[in-house]
Design a protein around this ligand. Structure first.
Ligand SMILES: [Zn+2]
Length: 195
């Protein structure tokens, strides 16, 4: 079964918003890609990376691939590791699929109400926050990995599922946005998944 996720950026009200990623979004696949993308292809340019992931592909992603992190500056061993670790080319629903609909960004409110987003990755200035949404759906916080983390580390699911916050939950009521009715894989009418 596909592992779905949300790749997001923080919002001013303390929440987050981002794009749905349909497949292969478990930590051991997604974290190396996001770390290496920031370190190499996007050269620490946070705005460029979040814009690419969130603004430029408004129907969301089928999956993220090694191309997200590949550039002339990417060390060969990192490139080889990422390619061996999953798909080589990313696939988005807006450009690579027919009839996919542009979506409003999915928010922390969506992550609270939906039960099909086990993982949320929030790109924060200080690092990549990895949230296991099943840990506590009412308290969507997770371990923040510094951006300098070695992408080839082994990122077990248990590491993030067993993490616990050291401070009380901030007194903020998550926005309960209306259900994102159009955010569904049934809009896909073409091209079977390759993996
Ligand atoms: Zn696209």
């Amino acid at each position: 079964m596909s592992t779905h996720s949300l790749v997001a950026r923080p919002t001013a009200d303390g929440g987050f918003e981002g794009r749905y990623v349909h497949a292969d979004a478990y930590p051991d696949h997604q974290i190396p890609l996001l770390l290496a993308a920031r370190q190499y292809r996007f050269a620490e340019n946070e705005a460029a990376l979040t814009s690419h992931l969130i603004d430029e592909h408004p129907a969301g992603w089928d999956y993220l691939g090694a191309d997200l992190a590949l550039a002339d500056t990417t060390p060969l061993w990192v490139a080889e590791f990422l390619i061996a670790n999953g798909n080589e080319e990313s696939s988005c629903m807006c450009h690579d699929w027919d009839e996919a609909l542009v979506q409003p960004p999915m928010t922390d409110g969506d992550a609270v109400t939906r039960d099909d987003l086990p993982w949320v990755y929030v790109l924060r200035p200080q690092g990549l926050e990895v949230i296991s949404a099943e840990r506590d759906p009412q308290d969507l916080r997770g371990l923040v990995l510094p951006w300098s983390t070695d992408p080839s580390e082994h990122f077990t699911e248990a590491r993030f599922q067993t993490w616990r916050p050291s401070s009380p939950r901030p007194a903020r009521t998550p926005r309960l946005s209306p259900p994102a009715a159009a955010t569904t894989v049934t809009i896909i009418t073409k091209r079977p998944r390759t993996r």
